[in-house]
Design a protein around this ligand. Structure first.
Ligand code: C2E
Ligand code: CA
Ligand code: CA
Ligand code: CA
Length: 278
């Protein structure tokens, strides 16, 4: 690869070359993986804190790589983002999630499912029509689909983000603001965007038990969310003490290893039965 040195003279950088080669091969493999269905969804239970019952599942993508084993999103989402593969990836994830939801429904488990949608996809004006087509295809209830978005989309292009979110909302889909508090946290969009749910990021959750100020900040976020009529999900709950404090502070929904790690679909179904679902 050529890299620009000072005075604009290009010189050869073997290290950059190696990296771009690696990235190229990942991109080729990932494109193939999406086509042949090597991507899999794991599901993590969302539990209503008032009665401890299962109230939804967040889908989390995995890549069952032929030689490197099961890869978590941090290993391939960045490559997908840099190479324009997020739209096909997101379409594959939405399709798999709605397909799974349909199977569970046929099996007696009617459950809202949440899908993560990154900034690039959210800023694509074609997204609402693609989602609408998928809902149609599976005969899915839009109210049982939640799209989890991060602050970055709203910061990058608030007008476009609002346009896309409004269309998704008009379809009846629920919208959740993910990783709340980790981004630039311009809170103004909370008022202007049509949101239903706010997820407190794990970075904050861990502070519930460790610092009094952390607890105060999270308490304030929960109050703010409730003032805006948003449900609050506390994510990354790993112990009983954190669960109890979050409950006391008024969180509606909990998610985390204390309840369950993300599970393959069949294991999730078993977990649901073991935890009171039909
Ligand atoms: P996220 O949306 O914030 O998802 C929560 C992450 O925290 C997941 O990691 C989950 O496995 C993990 N987690 C859940 N409970 C606990 C806990 O109690 N303790 C700890 N330490 N971790 C917990 P995962 O599955 O590796 O996903 C990482 C990120 O990748 C997600 O963060 C999300 O931003 C992104 N991602 C996952 N699936 C998709 C997808 O289908 N599309 C897009 N665009 N992004 C995705
Ligand atoms: Ca999420
Ligand atoms: Ca999150
Ligand atoms: Ca998070």
């Amino acid at each position: 690869a050529a890299k620009r040195g000072h005075l604009g003279i290009s010189y050869y950088d073997p290290e950059a070359d190696e990296h771009s080669f690696e990235r190229l091969s990942v991109v080729g493999e990932l494109r193939h993986a999406i086509e042949v269905g090597e991507l899999e969804l794991y599901y993590q239970p969302k539990v209503r804190m008032s009665d401890g019952r299962l109230c939804g599942a967040e889908s989390l993508v995995r890549w069952r790589h032929p030689t490197r084993g099961l890869l978590t999103p941090d290993k391939f989402i960045p490559a997908a983002e840099q190479s324009g593969l997020m739209n096909p990836l997101t379409d594959a994830v939405l399709t798999a999630a709605l397909d799974q939801q349909t199977r569970w429904r046929a099996d007696g488990l009617t459950l809202p499912i949440a899908v993560n949608v990154g900034a690039a996809c959210l800023l694509d004006l074609g997204l609402p029509a693609r989602v609408a087509r998928l809902l149609d295809r599976f005969g899915a209830d839009a109210a049982d689909l939640t799209i989890e978005i991060t602050e970055s989309a709203m910061i990058a292009d608030p007008a476009r983000a609002t346009a896309v979110l409004s269309e998704l909302r008009a379809l009846g889909i629920k919208l959740s603001i993910d990783d709340f508090g980790t981004g630039y946290s311009s809170m103004s969009y909370l008022q202007t965007m049509p949101l239903d749910e706010l997820k407190i990021d794990r970075q904050f959750t861990t502070k519930l038990t460790t610092t009094p100020s952390g607890r105060a900040i999270i308490g304030a976020i929960i109050e703010l969310a409730h003032a805006l009529e948003l449900d609050v999900v506390v994510e990354g709950v790993e112990d009983q003490e954190t669960y109890a404090i979050a409950q006391e502070l008024g969180c509606e929904i909990a998610q985390g290893y204390l309840l369950s790690r993300p599970l393959p679909a069949d294991d999730f179904r078993t977990w649901a039965t073991d935890h009171g679902a039909d």
